[in-house]
Design a protein around this ligand. Structure first.
Ligand SMILES: [Zn+2]
Length: 376
């Protein structure tokens, strides 16, 4: 008996000894820092401009550019690296250096949507719900999305209740995010900011909203969406905020490559200013992740770059970018597959939550956007 006990003690000593290094590793693993996530989409913005800047073939009268010399001065540079930096300085000087960018075909990392429709409602539903539903989600009509989305999931998690919001240019988001069922605050499209205790800046924004000559019946101007989102952030301090910008898609459909570029350049500047604002606020500084993305691509020729949809070749390609305190600085990702479906679980994992536990059909988070040891 005595010999048995000694043998047992010896075995336990060895086992505990073997286990020690992993306990020590866990103790050393840095605590997760991300408490908030801001997700911003640029509707229908192509991977070609994301990774290559302005495309020479489209700086042309046939692509709707009247002032060709002016657009070239502003956005054309001989090298691809300079071209993309002058178009999207925050993406390339900050996110590419401190975060990660997915979707570059040149580095064997093309990103695709899984739905076959290649237009907005199916794209946004796929990214927010984590899977494609070709049969159920097949139009841009304002029907309530039957699927649970990640904003809705987070809105019901402890510590996130009523701290999840969406501000968007396009007026279909209340349906896509099923505002009624999800309880997520959604302000989308051309309407005024609701409420009785508006700040002076919000009152001014509402005057501008009322007096703006609308260019599209279902879309607000991005500059208004940006400012409404900024005010919402300052006033309500959401932990999860989606900002959906839309002019890139509208100017694309309008065959105005000059304004398409301009809209993307202003969207980048907005993200830059928002990032600076976040770092100046104690609730957000060093504990907020930023994710950028798009809902679909567009055609690749001078004829069909304006368009997207099931029959448009190449419109299935998308991209995304991630920056934040838990995201390793891997830069432009290579040799990795990514899909639009992965956005939902990615947004959740960046705030320490597991969307797939509730929604098993949802795709996994984008690879290595957080260190493995820091996943929930
Ligand atoms: Zn479109």
């Amino acid at each position: 008996m005595r010999a048995v006990i000694c043998w047992f003690c010896l075995v336990m000593t060895v086992v505990v000894g073997l286990c020690k290094p992993s306990f020590a590793d866990d103790a050393k693993a840095p605590a997760r820092k991300g408490k908030n996530v801001i997700y911003i989409t640029w509707d229908g913005f192509r991977w070609q401009e994301m990774f290559g800047g302005a495309q020479e073939i489209l700086i042309a009268k046939d692509a709707g550019v009247a002032d060709i010399e002016g657009v070239k001065r502003r956005f054309w540079r001989e090298s691809e690296i300079e071209r993309r930096e002058v178009l999207l300085p925050f993406v390339w000087k900050t996110i590419a250096k401190q975060g990660q960018i997915f979707g570059n075909p040149a580095t064997n990392a093309a990103a695709k949507m899984e739905n076959t429709h290649k237009f907005s409602y199916p794209g946004y539903s796929e990214m927010f719900c984590g899977f494609a539903d070709d049969k159920g989600i097949d139009s841009n009509k304002k029907f309530p999305n039957p699927h649970v989305n990640v904003l809705e999931f987070l809105n019901h998690r402890p510590g996130f209740e009523k701290r999840v919001a969406a501000i968007a240019t396009w007026d279909v988001f209340p349906s896509i995010l099923n505002q009624e069922r999800s309880g997520v605050y959604v302000h989308a499209g051309p309407g005024p900011i609701p409420g009785n205790s508006l700040s002076d800046r919000e009152k001014l924004l509402n005057e501008m909203i009322a007096d703006t000559v609308m260019l599209w019946p279902d879309n607000q101007l991005d500059v208004i969406t940006m400012q409404v989102a900024r005010e919402y952030l300052l006033k309500h301090k959401p932990r999860v905020l989606f900002i959906g910008l839309g002019e890139t898609d509208e100017w694309g459909h309008g065959r105005r490559y000059d304004r398409y570029l301009h809209a993307a350049n202003r969207a980048d500047a907005f993200v830059s200013k928002l990032w600076d604002l976040l770092q100046s606020l104690p609730e957000y500084k060093d504990q907020t992740s930023l994710v950028l993305g798009c809902d679909h691509g567009r055609g690749s020729t001078i004829r069909d770059w304006t368009d997207h949809g099931a029959k448009v070749e190449g419109a299935e390609f998308v991209w995304s970018a991630v920056l934040g305190p838990d995201t390793p600085a891997l830069g432009v990702r290579s040799d990795v597959n990514a899909t639009l479906s992965q956005i939902a679980a990615t947004l959740a994992v960046l705030v320490g939550e597991d969307f797939r536990a509730t929604s098993p059909k949802s795709a996994a988070p984008l690879a290595d956007v957080v260190k493995k040891s820091e996943r929930p």
